[in-house]
Structures are given as C-alpha cells and as structure tokens.
Design a protein around this ligand. Sequence first.
Ligand SMILES: [Cu+2]
Length: 261
Amino acid sequence: MEMMGLPVLASKHGAQVDQLILYVHVLMIALFVGWSAYFIYALWRFRKSKNPKADYVGTTTHASSYIEVAVAVVEGVLLLGFAVPLWAASVDDFPDPKNSTVIRVVGRQFNWIARYPGTNGVFGKQDLKLLSGNNPMALVAKDPVHKAEDPDGADDVIVEGTSEMAAPVEKPVIIHLSSLDVIHSFKIVPLRVTQDANPGMSIPFHFVPTLTNTYRIQCSQLCGNGHYSMAGTFKVLSQPDYDAWLKSKSAPGSAAGTGFE
Ligand SMILES: [Cu+2]
C-alpha cells in the first residue's frame, strides 16, 4: 500500500478498505490506458488522408462488446466480492458491547462531545426536554431537579469543549453518533472510519484500533463557517493508560465536570 501513498493504517478492518482502494485504482488505470490507446489508434486509423469518404457500415467486429462485458464482470467482482461484504461487516457484525469501549459522541457547531458510561458501565438516561447549553447530552443525572431519578448516569464521563476521546488498543470500539444541529461527519483517516452525524438519529459504527498513537478527528461535512476548526483528538492508548485517562476526565474539577454542577 505504500506505493499508493495512503496514510498510516491503524485499524483492523482498514486493510480491506485499502485493498479495495488499490483494486479500484488498478481497474481505473487499466481503463485509462486502454481507452487512451484506443483513442490514439482511432485518430490514426480513421485519419482524413486515408479515409476521404465516410464509411456508413463502420466496424463489424464485436471486440468492444467483449471488452465492455469483461469490464462489467470486473466491476461486479469488486462490488459483490469486496465492497458489499466489507459494508455488511460494518453494519451487521457488531462486536459484543460488553467487550467493547462504547462511546456516545455528539457533534455540534463546532466541536465534538463524548460520553463514556463510567465505572458501572451503564449509560445514564437521557430526556430531550432537559437539553440545554449546560446539558448538551440531555442527561437526567446532570439536571439539578431530576438528578436523583437516574443514579446510573451520575458516573457518566462527559468530555466537552476539548473534542478529546480515547480508547484502549486492540479492543473493539463502538461509537453511537449523533448531532445537535446540522449534519456533521466523524472521520479519522488512520482508523479508516467516516460516519455522518445526523440530528435526530443515533448511528452506531465500530472499529478495532491496532496502533497506539494520537489521531486527528475531523469533520468531513461542510457544516458552517467554523467547519475548518471542528477537529478533535482520538487517543489510542494501552489499557492502563486508558484507565488513567478516563479517571482524569471523571475527576471533579476536570474539564469533564465543567458546566454541569
Ligand atoms: Cu461539522
């Protein structure tokens, strides 16, 4: 893949994505070279000096039909043999949430908010009526009046304002993605993930990060005049580093706590 100049690959399914990109490029190169050669041949073969009078019968060979069929077969193989299985695995074969890092992510103009279920592993309840600037996740447990109704949400970790997220390496990550305002798109190139964030919808997607590093989250839908600044960081850490990271975000007085109490 290095010859294609693709960015570093840091997720399990990403190899299949890169493979498909390579195959599609090989087909496109073959078509480009083939059609270009035919174009030049036609310019020479049907030049005016040798063909002063138009031939109304034209060519009688079926070579072009066979080539068209061959191209369609190759395209069919790419679609049915590679693209569809990859897509099916992305939308159907979800890892067990119990063995995954589950994150709820909300995009808004112009940053990302992330919520982790906290030490009990259970996400707190949400109630749209409680949505406000101070409670962008509409959490029951973060509302001063209703907080006693949902003890599960009390330990939820919310990272807001820094667009920072993290997950342990070699463990599946499931992200439930939504938006507070317009359509955004959550993209991390080295992890080969891109998913639109739609207001009113929660869309899950999954991946397994394979390389510890800090990656850039970018918004890949033009979502307003601050779109360029809608970047975040996604840290892939060792399990102990991740545990420490999550703890630092849940500590009182950390960035995660601001605006709710
Ligand atoms: Cu955006």
